[in-house]
Design a protein around this ligand. Structure first.
Ligand SMILES: Cc1cc2nc3c(=O)[nH]c(=O)nc-3n(C[C@H](O)[C@H](O)[C@H](O)COP(=O)(O)O)c2cc1C
Length: 332
């Protein structure tokens, strides 16, 4: 009922953590049983350590937040040594009662050459999938490769050429039409797309006559962006029905998951909401079970439910039109 899949990767359920908002999951483990969720997605890992942007880097907004962390991380060697073993430990804790446990998904960032090198290294480390961050709005040129279809295709095909696990392309919403970019990721061989990264925004402190964030602009996330993420998931699913979608953007309940699944997603990530309620994901898994049981449906059945509607409407319209013709003819 709760099972889902992202291409060849089977998940116990569609609930995943969102990159950058939950560390490697270890910190959250003290609050709830993360062994029950569908997957853990790491913060973006780069080949070399990155100091990130100058502070302040976070600012709360109505129903959301702005962040300009700038991909701060300790680099690949430190991640492999300190964080990945903990992700594997959490995954093992969930392998019980016939469940696979949370899948270990590592999010990677950097130039194409760096991404290829990182992919080679992580594929030897027993990860279940890689999410390629083509869309960080808070670093120089961070969104370049997901605003140009040729670059998107090039980067993803370079990564796919060396990857031995499924590869997900994380795309930016900061573009007029995302469909050509998602199509380019699919041509490059992406096994799924993650939709969406944050929307570029800004906050001003008028008393100091200055932008609030040290980086001037930041990425907007949280419930405020859910309708944008929903629209993008729906558009991509309608245009590219064979490309699996991981939805991310403002999810904060089991109902949000079911809404994203109806719009076309196969899995849903939880990000900003985890800062205010780190126990939420485990509860959502429970709530999802209850909702699906009482509605007598499943994630796989609900997926793309709305995309069947236009075809049915068209069919219904045809049936009605034929009936009218018959009625008219018989009344002559
Ligand atoms: C503080 C913060 C840090 C983030 N860091 C990353 C990151 O390192 N890599 C990445 O791909 N996305 C990163 N994101 C984006 C989230 O993974 C997610 O795409 C976005 O926040 C929208 O989902 P949400 O509204 O549920 O938070 C970050 C978001 C926040 C709020």
């Amino acid at each position: 009922m709760l099972e889902t899949n992202l291409a060849s990767l089977e998940l116990d359920n569609p609930v995943l953590s969102a990159s950058g908002t939950f560390g490697s999951g270890w910190e959250g483990h003290q609050f709830s049983d993360l062994g029950t969720i569908g997957g853990l997605v790491s913060k973006t890992v780069t080949l070399k350590p990155r100091p990130g942007n100058p502070p302040p880097r976070i600012f709360e907004t109505p129903s959301g937040m702005l962040n300009a962390i700038g991909l701060e991380n300790k680099g690949c060697d430190a991640f492999l040594r300190d964080a990945l073993p903990r992700m594997h430990e959490l995954a093992a804790s969930g392998r019980r009662d016939g469940r696979s446990g949370p899948r270990v998904i590592v999010n990677l960032g950097g130039s194409t050459d760096e991404l290829v090198e990182l992919t080679r290294r992580f594929c030897k480390e027993g990860v279940d999938a890689l999410e390629i961050n083509l869309s960080c709005p808070n670093v120089a040129h961070g969104t370049r490769s997901s605003t140009d279809p040729e670059l998107t295709e090039q980067v993803i095909s370079a990564v796919k050429a060396v990857a031995t696990v499924p590869v997900f392309a994380k795309l930016t919403p900061n573009i007029t039409d995302i469909v050509p970019i998602a199509a380019a990721a699919q041509r490059g061989g992406a096994d799924a797309v993650t939709l969406i990264n944050t929307l570029v925004g800004m906050a001003v402190d008028w008393r100091r006559r200055k932008p609030v964030l040290g980086n001037t602009t930041g990425g907007l996330s949280g419930p405020a962006i859910k309708p944008v993420a929903m629209r993008i998931v729906y558009q991509v699913r309608a245009a590219l029905p064979d490309l699996p979608i991981i939805a991310v953007g403002g999810a904060h309940s089991a109902d949000c998951v079911l809404e994203f699944v109806c719009a076309g997603a196969s899995a849903v990530q939880f990000g900003t909401v985890m800062f205010s309620d780190p126990t939420l994901m485990a509860r959502v898994v429970n709530d999802l079970g209850e909702r699906l049981r009482s509605a007598g449906t499943s994630i796989r059945e609900l997926r793309s439910a709305m995309h069947a509607v236009p075809a049915l409407v068209a069919e219904d319209a045809l049936v009605v039109a034929k009936a009218l013709v018959v009625a008219k003819e018989s009344s002559r």
